[in-house]
Write a protein that binds this ligand. Structure first.
Ligand code: GDP
Length: 333
């Protein structure tokens, strides 16, 4: 990809809300070409003063729970309230399988046609950290372009929830009207990340099951969490019939007010910035490590002997690190 304009000119076009510039800026950020990184960083530096003023909402749930239906209904509702909505996705499944859980079907058709919405599928990447880093940056670009509600969507099947919870103000977990976590395929620990729980598909034959699910999770969450500035609410909605969506949006507003009042909003963002710095250091180091010629030369044989059980991983890691650093690794390192 070539960038026809300078990072400064691109930043100005993004700030004016030009959609093509926005798309181009994100493509630049996602570029795997190391030569584009300097431009991407210059662009982000130019945009940084104009970021941070959105409501950042993470949404997760197992495949089939109704994420795209919900985000479409939610996005259209929020646009109706005078906002601009950007939807970004983190889909780590595409790394392992070559296909993606989030991206395969035609999703959010009505929302994608709306002039006040911007939808970007999950960036490609070899690691979750890499995908998350691009999404964080894309979020900043969207904010600078005037989007004041950012939805970061992920599948509720793995570690990506933690990555998303680490970059948003509020993490919303969508549930099915059904039994406990195991039945719903929800991984341990994900419930602890939720700031708001919403039982979707509360309609038709599922309406009464949905009521029971709401009661069950209210009970479970009351046991799980104590005190704090925010009690995790359990709501229900029908994304399909677009009912209960207004209450979800109102709850997001209440969460924001409660966090601000307790001084926790700024604190959460400051902690996220620090965590981002460290994950950036990790990712950059790992990239450099993987690309190092001496490491590349030794890696296949060492990996094979580790998997065959003839070499201990700690020793193999030390050998590789020594090649990377060009000096022996000592205990004082
Ligand atoms: P995702 O995989 O989580 O993105 O789920 P989708 O949004 O693609 O929805 C999966 C299926 O559930 C689709 O057939 C939807 O039409 C259906 N669905 C989504 N929301 C609702 C709802 O509120 N009520 C009912 N009855 N079906 C829904």
């Amino acid at each position: 990809m070539t960038t026809p304009t300078s990072p400064k000119a691109l930043a100005d076009a993004v700030r004016r809300g030009e959609r093509r510039a926005l798309a181009r800026a994100i493509t630049l950020i996602e570029s795997a070409n190391p030569a584009h990184r300097a431009d991407a960083e210059a662009l982000l530096e130019a945009l940084l003063p104009h970021t941070g003023r959105s409501v950042r909402v993470g949404i997760s749930g197992v495949p089939g729970v109704g994420k795209s239906t919900f985000i479409e209904a939610f996005g259209l509702h929020v646009i109706g309230q005078g906002h601009k909505v950007a939807v970004l996705a983190i889909d780590p499944s595409s790394q392992r399988t070559g296909g993606s859980i989030l991206g395969d079907k035609t999703r959010m058709v009505d929302l994608s046609r709306d002039a006040n919405a911007f939808i970007r599928p999950s960036p490609a990447g070899s690691t979750l950290g890499g995908v998350a880093r691009r999404t964080r940056e894309a979020m900043l670009v969207c904010e600078a372009a005037g989007f004041d509600v950012i939805v970061v969507e992920t599948v509720g099947v793995g570690q990506s929830e933690t990555a998303v919870a680490d970059m948003v103000d509020l993490f919303l977990l969508l549930l099915l009207p059904a039994g406990g976590d195991e039945l719903q395929g929800i991984k341990k620990g994900i419930m602890e990340l939720a700031d708001v729980v919403v039982v979707n598909k509360a309609d038709g034959d599922l309406a009464s099951t949905a009521r029971h699910t709401v009661a069950d999770y209210r009970h479970a969450l009351a046991l799980l969490r104590h005190g704090g500035a925010w009690r995790v609410p359990v709501l229900s909605c029908s994304a399909f019939h677009k009912s209960g969506i207004d209450a979800v949006w109102a709850t997001i507003g209440e969460h924001r007010a409660a966090m601000e009042q307790a001084g926790l909003r700024a604190q959460r963002r400051a902690e996220q910035a620090r965590a981002w710095l460290w994950s950036e250091i990790r990712e950059t180091l790992l990239d450099a490590f993987r690309r190092h010629p001496q490491v590349q030369a030794a890696l296949p044989a060492l990996e094979a002997s580790v998997t065959a059980g003839t070499h201990i991983p700690t020793a193999a890691a030390r050998t590789l690190l020594e090649r990377f650093l060009g000096r022996p690794v000592t205990n004082s390192d």
